[in-house]
Ligand binder design. Structure first.
Ligand SMILES: [Fe+2]
Ligand SMILES: [Fe+2]
Length: 409
């Protein structure tokens, strides 16, 4: 057996410190992407953000699984004000392009480089489970960097990216050992940069942004479709899928509004959000297969605006106990119709959709009690669900979608 002598510069205590920093960066990145998903207008970016935030949730999960083996509690702040400031500032980007540039052209490249450095420096056999996590995380991170390179090809490096780079340097880089290390452990990181004038304080998005290719109408709202021929019905069902970004946006908003929920909730919700972006894409693809352009399908963004007026628990209940629980009868009708006409593609798409939706209803039952508690709702869960479903029928199924006038602009 060959005994290797790697550099092994990272000892057990240092390893923990570093893993806490990575877990923090991955988790905050996921939360920032969720916050910005409804506020981002570009549909291609929105579709990608659902996947990106779910993949970052996988990274948090891998790091969490390792951290819980070496420290209690497994989730803890990095204990570095400069690093916390970097992630706290990253959300206040002037635009979606700047936001993504800060995350994917500054923070993530540094994170990926640090994962590679760490892989070289840790004790290879004793710390093998950490190496396993890094190896798998890096596959995604490389793909994220490649995605951003292409998506942001037309976006010049600007003052926002420079600001984020300055904040990262002030934290001593991802490892915290950059400048500060060179000063013999004394906290002499680069001085924190001044925010550029373009910095825009992030505000919770209560409207769903769409690029100007789309028409936004209130057509049919949540109304039940009247009896029409099967072909038209089928097309309308998939047009409706192509609008499921609205569900992804609501789940993203719920993630943003619920920073104090347990990690397992954020993990499930990241998947829920990603699934809805996949359902949206499935609608887009079906329409394309049948010679239709989804851009021509009006986006009923009023649904998001209507839901977003409520607290996170009510929104979650409207979605999981209203829309998702009540979607199955129609889905079964669709499946029967497709079986009759031998429409394999539609049947396959709806089968996968139903598998996801069953999980979403399970998530709803699993998390509503705690989400209610976090939102100060102390009524019995069954009573709350019953009342919220009645609200859903009154305001959504009726097509009314009432939105109160915005107070104070
Ligand atoms: Fe869905
Ligand atoms: Fe769903």
């Amino acid at each position: 057996m060959q005994v290797l002598s790697p550099p092994e510069q990272i000892d057990f205590a240092h390893n923990k410190e570093l893993l806490n920093r990575y877990r923090f960066i991955e988790y905050e990145t996921l939360r920032i992407l969720a916050a910005w998903l409804p506020a981002t207008a570009d549909m291609d970016w929105k579709l990608a953000m659902g996947r990106l935030l779910w993949e970052d949730a996988q990274h948090v999960q891998l790091l969490y699984q390792r951290l819980r083996e070496i420290q209690t509690p497994a989730f803890r702040p990095p204990g570095d004000a400069a690093l916390e400031r970097l992630m706290a500032e990253s959300i206040h980007a002037p635009s979606a392009a700047d936001l993504l540039a800060g995350l994917f052209r500054v923070i993530k490249p540094a994170l990926a480089a640090t994962y590679r450095w760490h892989s070289e420096q840790t004790f290879a056999n004793p710390d093998a489970p950490t190496l396993y996590a890094f190896k798998h995380i890096l596959i995604d991170e490389e793909a994220h960097l490649a995605w951003a390179k292409e998506a942001l090809a037309d976006h010049p490096q600007g003052e926002w990216e420079a600001y984020i780079a300055g904040l990262l340097a002030a934290a001593g880089g991802v490892s915290g050992r950059g400048e500060r290390q060179r000063h013999a452990g004394v906290s002499l990181g680069a001085p924190p940069p001044t925010p550029p004038a373009s910095r825009a304080q992030f505000e919770t998005p209560r409207t769903a942004a769409r690029d100007d290719r789309f028409n936004l109408v209130d057509r049919n709202a949540g109304q039940r479709i009247q009896t029409i021929d099967q072909e038209t019905q089928r097309r309308m069902d998939f047009e409706s899928y192509s609008q499921e970004m609205l569900a992804a946006e609501t789940v993203a908003l719920i993630i943003h509004l619920s920073p104090d929920m347990p990690w397992a909730f954020t993990y499930d919700s990241a998947r829920h959000c990603y699934d809805e972006t996949r359902h949206c894409k499935l609608g887009i693809e079906w329409l394309a297969h049948h010679g239709h352009n989804y851009i021509e399908v009006p986006q009923n963004t009023r649904i998001y605006a209507w839901r977003s007026q409520y607290d996170a628990a009510t929104q979650y209940c409207l979605l999981t106990m209203g829309n998702e629980t009540h979607a199955f009868p129609r889905r079964h009708e669709q499946m029967a119709g497709y079986a009759e006409t031998g429409d394999r593609l539609s049947a396959q798409y709806v089968s996968y959709d139903m598998a996801d939706e069953r999980q979403h209803v399970v998530f709803g039952h699993k998390w509503l009690p705690e989400l209610m508690a976090k939102n100060g709702i102390d009524r019995p869960v069954d009573e709350f669900i019953e009342e919220t479903v009645a609200l859903w029928e009154r305001e959504y199924s009726s097509g009314a979608l009432p939105i109160p006038a915005v107070v104070g602009g």
